[in-house]
Design a protein around this ligand. Sequence first.
Ligand code: SAH
Ligand code: SF4
Ligand code: F3S
Length: 450
Amino acid sequence: MSAPREVVSHVDLETYYLRSFGCQMNDHDSERIAGLLEEMGLSRRKSPEEAGLLVYNTCSIREKADSRLAGHLGAASRLKKEDPSRVVVVAGCLAQSRRDEFFGDFPFVDVLVGPQSLHELPGLVRRRANEGGPVGAFQEQTTRWSADLPRTRVTGPSAWVQITAGCSNYCSYCIVPYVRGPEASRPAAEVLEEVTRLAGSGIREVTLLGQNVNAYGNEPDFAGKETFAGLLGQACQVRGIERVRFMTSHPKDVSDALVHLLGGHNQVCEHLHLPVQSGSDGILHAMRRGYDRAAYLGLARRLREAVPGLALTTDLIVAFPGETEADFAETLSLVEECRFDGAFTFVYSPRRRTAAAELPGRVAPEAAQSRMERLVEVVQRIGRERNEALVGQISEVMVERASRHERGEVMGRTRTHKPVNFVSTAGPGDFVLVELLEATSTSFRGRQVS
Ligand code: SAH
Ligand code: SF4
Ligand code: F3S
């Protein structure tokens, strides 16, 4: 057996550029990528033109994510022609899902690294610099928690804390289980240690992160014996943490204990992102979501009763294969009944390897577009109505940052995660009381009263 080759020479790279294209988990991975590269001595640059190492952290959830990336890779290819010593890295879910053909399609790419292999990035960059040739690493499952890698955060009072990796739900449209592997839960002690460390460094708010956080601890071989509600309750006990959020929840796994915590715990914010996807039983079944319309409506009603002031947000997909106008009407009526505070809306996009990609009944693009427009209109109207009903109230806001548009203004968020813009001398992490003066469908203007 030959020992792995020692890497001796260093890398002649001093600067990097990094861009993320995906979800919060992808952003969180980018914090780890930045941490690893900075540990190697590289410093970050704002534009690819100024950098020697170019990293694109990709997403493959929908076709659009692919095409957005293509433009950026075109620019990377031109920059590399200008200066062939540049190194181009493609990381993340698309690197994982397209590993077999990526180097063929984009020959100027030097390093491919999947989301379960981020810890290998420094070694891959060195290998590429020393030995040449394209290199890649793609583990199927999480064995080394990216959460344990060094991290470089954008500064602010709020931080993500990863509690699960991967997903074992296999919703028929979704590529995540194929690129992130089956669900794995991080031991509670490690999660709490990270929250404590963050609190010590001035963080006031944490968001527990996972594809399906309320399935935390559900794997048969998980030794932690902890439930999501249990972990959430413990995170709230950490001194210095004023607000705890979590993302994303699956309707089939919302426990009574979780509803209780949402309704009655000072630190747990009254916001639940609870993707419903569709209002039609036939479509929900074909999506393999594990609940029906009545179950979701019942849960939404229970939540609204138990959690005063709850903001309920969701994800919706239109034009799933076989979706009829009648199915779509069910989605519209569910949105009306649940009165969501906000929703992310997507046109179904077939993904390789997923079960739904094989289904008949593709919806024509014009019909899909029309449904999308009608849905967005309803979502926005209800969001605006819900926010307008709050005008005049005094709300506790945590300041996140200075406004990007107006001097002397700051942007903060309510406990329900709604952005509020107002004039203030308060800084990031300060808690202030704000009177809500004007509402849009997604945000407020306010006036500080404390
Ligand atoms: N784990 C989370 C988020 C998954 S991805 C959850 O289960 O809720 C975020 C959203 O993207 C999903 O909720 C879904 O609405 C959407 N999505 C996923 N795959 C899609 C596809 N193939 N086409 C269109 N939208 C999709
Ligand atoms: Fe995808 Fe479903 Fe898992 Fe969410 S729960 S990541 S939609 S498979
Ligand atoms: Fe996230 Fe996209 Fe991967 S949504 S998990 S970066 S496929």
